[in-house]
Design a protein around this ligand. Structure first.
Ligand code: DX5
Ligand code: ZN
Length: 225
């Protein structure tokens, strides 16, 4: 059975001085809230960390999809699971034992996700899929919102979808970067079923309406509409 699409607005594109209201504006329409944690080491940018996630968790019932763009996720990731994140995704490039960390995250109460950045091939990680709940394929270079979607990254999505089908795995295939009304259909067609959208949601006059539109476009391509 095909799972229905997950739309995960990224608060990176929201107004950081009004985070609680920005998240509440998508309550009831967003499936997950995507929280981009950047440490100015793994990526040049710096965003928010655990104290903000802990406070924001109390402001909404929408599940948190935490995307850790940080070095040493073995040290920092479990605290996000303990803070109530639904899914915690760490980067393959920053972790030498992804299976161990995925197990730790699941034991700490969250789903476990592995992110693959623009310049990283996905093949070496296909064997790890049974240990993961989510695989996040970057469709840009991680670090900043508002970048142009890279369609050539969708080959990685196709590879993961093929392997998930062959092995009958239950895994969410998430895409992140440049997802908008003019790109989401291509990503869905390639096999993605979870879609991060920052600018396309929070840059829209009506974020909730933007989410509904994105979901309808994805669902149609996934054969669900
Ligand atoms: C960038 C982040 C993305 C970012 C996407 O490294 O991982 O989640 O917020 O922003 P848009 O949707 O604007 O490309
Ligand atoms: Zn992200």
């Amino acid at each position: 059975m095909t799972a229905s699409p997950i739309i995960a607005p990224s608060i990176l594109a929201s107004d950081f001085s009004r985070l609680a209201e920005e998240v509440q504006a998508i309550e009831g329409t967003a499936d997950w809230v995507h929280v981009d944690v950047m440490d100015n080491h793994f990526v040049p940018n710096l965003t928010i960390g655990l104290p903000v996630v802990t406070s924001l968790r109390k402001a909404t019932s929408i599940p948190f999809d935490v995307h850790l763009m940080i070095t040493d996720p073995q040290r920092w990731a479990p605290a996000y699971a303990e803070a109530g994140a639904y899914n915690v995704t760490f980067h393959a490039e920053a972790c030498d034992d992804p299976v161990a960390l995925a197990k730790t995250l699941r034991a700490a109460g969250s789903k476990a996700g592995l992110a693959i950045d623009r310049d990283t091939p996905v093949e070496p990680y296909l064997e790890l899929l049974p240990y993961l709940d989510t695989i996040l394929i970057m469709t840009i270079k991680a670090g900043f919102g508002g970048q142009a979607f890279m369609p050539e990254m969708l080959d990685k999505v196709r590879d993961v979808r093929r392997r998930a089908q062959i092995n009958d795995l239950e895994i969410r295939i998430e895409v992140d970067g440049g997802i908008a009304a003019d790109t989401i259909e291509r990503a869905a067609e390639a096999g993605a079923d979870a879609f991060v959208a920052g600018t396309a949601v929070y840059g829209a006059a009506d974020p909730a309406e933007a989410i509904r539109k994105l979901r309808a476009l994805a669902a149609a391509r996934m054969g669900l509409a």
